[in-house]
Write a protein that binds this ligand. Structure first.
Ligand code: TRP
Length: 368
């Protein structure tokens, strides 16, 4: 049976927040522990982070360890999953260069993620080539490991689509089956897909100050929850409230499980009952927020306490990164070798090449 391989990653531009957690990290841990995969790679995509942070390399550098700590604390187990640092695997850069022969400028311009991000970053006419072409580099990340499965958020869909196109083009142009078409594994529900900031805005981000981080202390999580955006028209407890666009309920959609109700809100059997009460009137925001706080604390507490342990043993985390990167490089080198063979640039690995050249220049191949 064909191998099942996971590759996914994050840009190290900050600590990971609960949007990362429900969007992908929680799933990666489940998949890792399911035992259903032959190999699992998680990449700290520092080279990709530099494509739009090249002027702030220390930000990227400082967040390598933060993201590694977030991974380990969330339950990524280095016995089962290789954690790797992208920039330390030169094979990925080499693959990117060769794949760029197979991609047109207009195709990159049509990539929806590139389009939105270009708008967000305000490069104007001065778009760095490295940023513009990062989908090609991401295709290298994914195909270098022959990944079949990429657990990631919806925003990554166009990257996976572009990767699949590169794979198809490569395999057909070079008459080979070297590269593997990956599939994206999206989050299970809408709330996990796009967890908004605590202020109700679309994206959780450091600059907006609207994020809850995996490494936030309990008190801080509580403070952030108690000041969250709800239904601005729900003024008195007895008023009917709205669920749509109500951030507290969106978070509950992403985090609350049946056990949480039994333990912290036994008046309700599930979220639907709680929502119905809120809609009807008679359920106050403070009560719902306190429940959400309990749910989040129960989810984050084990992550926090594991982090505290790993923070006391940074040399161990360093070793995890080093070993994970070494294992990953081995795999990527194998793929690069196959790619070079398919593209006919493997002169010194191909003993026949010398022979054919000798024959050709001695006139024995009938050319003379
Ligand atoms: N582009 C991803 C992000 O912004 C990070 C990333 C880099 C990635 N390489 C990847 C994700 C390969 C999945 C697969 O979060």
């Amino acid at each position: 049976m064909a191998e099942k391989i996971i590759l996914t990653g994050d840009r190290p531009t900050g600590r990971l927040h609960i949007g990362h957690y429900v969007g992908s990290l929680r799933r990666r841990v489940e998949l890792q522990n399911s035992g259903g995969f032959d190999e699992i790679y998680i990449m700290i995509a520092d080279a990709q982070a530099l494509t739009d942070n090249f002027d702030d390399p220390d930000k990227v550098r400082e967040n390598i360890m933060e993201v590694a700590l977030d991974y380990l604390s969330a339950g990524i187990d280095p016995e089962k999953t290789h954690i790797l640092i992208q920039s330390q695997i030169p094979e990925l850069t080499e693959l990117t260069f060769y794949y760029s022969d197979l991609v047109t400028v207009s195709r990159l311009q049509r990539n929806p993620t590139v389009k939105t991000e270009l708008g967000m970053r305000g490069f104007g006419e001065s778009i760095p080539v490295g940023f513009f072409t990062y989908p090609i580099s991401q295709a290298a990340d994914i195909t270098a490991f022959k990944a079949t499965t990429v657990p990631a958020g919806e925003d990554q869909q166009p990257m996976i689509e572009q990767t699949r196109e590169i794979v198809r083009k490569f395999n057909s142009v070079y008459h080979t089956e070297t590269l593997v078409e990956p599939e994206i594994l999206l989050p299970q529900n809408e709330a996990c897909m796009r967890l908004p900031g605590t202020d109700g805005r679309e994206k959780m981000s450091k600059s907006l100050g609207n994020g809850i981080y995996l490494s936030d202390p309990a008190e801080e999580v509580k403070k952030k929850v108690m000041s969250m955006f709800t239904d601005p028209d729900h003024l008195r407890v007895e008023d009917p409230g709205k669920i749509e666009g109500n951030t507290v309920f969106t978070y509950l959609d992403a985090f609350a499980r049946a056990e949480h109700f039994a333990e912290y809100a036994p008046d309700y059997t599930d979220l639907e009952e709680m929502k119905a009460h809120y809609r009807k009137g008679g359920l106050g925001d403070v009560k719902v927020k306190k429940f959400l706080n309990n749910v989040l604390q129960e989810t984050l507490e084990p992550i926090r306490s594991r982090r505290a342990r790993f923070e006391k043993d940074i040399p161990y985390v360093y070793e995890v990164l080093k070993k994970g990167t070494e294992a990953a490089e081995k795999k990527a080198a194998g793929t690069l070798e196959e790619v070079k063979r398919a593209m006919r640039i493997n002169y010194f690995e191909d003993t026949e090449w010398l022979e054919t050249q000798i024959r050709k220049f001695s006139g024995q191949d009938g050319r003379a």
